[in-house]
Design a protein around this ligand. Structure first.
Ligand SMILES: [Cu+2]
Length: 191
């Protein structure tokens, strides 16, 4: 009588183990599914700890890069695509073209730094003629009326800033020390 009961116990144990195994797998799948669904939707509670723990967008490569450019563009100047894009080449020390014209609206100014030195593009809404801006001891022009600027970029790179322009005359300057005084400025006429 011992043998059959032992056998029965083994079978019963095996069944229980199998059942537990199944249950365990089912449970882990059920919990995993909502996690990935929340990440795809960008749900706040689950994502916040992730992004805080790892500043790089490693954990979810597909969702993270998609919203980032949109948010960056939106933060630049109120959101939306530019109506027009104008490219200005920067060198030592000039903008080319030095005079640009555009229709009023949302305009992206692209700075293409083809020089060796770092450059930037600062947009001033000022009545002062662009070649008569007051300068300081630091070799920079006063940025009165500044409405936007690109980041400073090294030679060989491009950057841009997007601004909502009203009709008027604007000064474009590179305000790294000495660059404006070296002649790195231009005008923008918005009609
Ligand atoms: Cu410059």
């Amino acid at each position: 009588m011992r043998a059959p009961s032992t056998l029965f116990a083994l079978i019963a144990a095996a069944l229980v183990l199998a059942a537990c195994g199944d249950a365990g797998e089912t449970t882990s799948y059920t919990t995993r599914a909502p996690d990935s669904a929340q990440q795809a939707e960008g749900a706040d509670p689950t994502r916040t700890p992730d992004s805080t723990a790892t500043p790089e967008p490693t954990p979810s490569p597909s969702p993270t890069p998609t919203p980032t450019p949109e948010e960056t563009a939106a933060q630049t100047a109120g959101g939306g695509k530019p109506d027009e894009s104008i490219e200005i080449v920067g060198t030592e020390f000039a903008f080319e073209p030095a005079e640009v014209t555009a229709e009023a609206g949302r305009i992206e100014l692209v700075l293409d730094n083809q020089g060796q030195a770092p450059h930037e593009l600062v947009v001033l809404d000022t009545d002062t003629p662009v070649d008569e801006l007051p300068t300081g001891d630091d070799g920079r022009a006063e940025e009165e009326g500044k409405i936007g600027e690109t980041p400073e970029i090294p030679g060989g790179e491009k950057t841009s800033t997007t601004i909502d322009f009203e009709p008027g005359e604007y000064a474009l300057i590179c305000n790294l020390p000495g660059h404006y005084q070296g002649g790195m400025y231009g005008t923008m006429t918005v009609e």
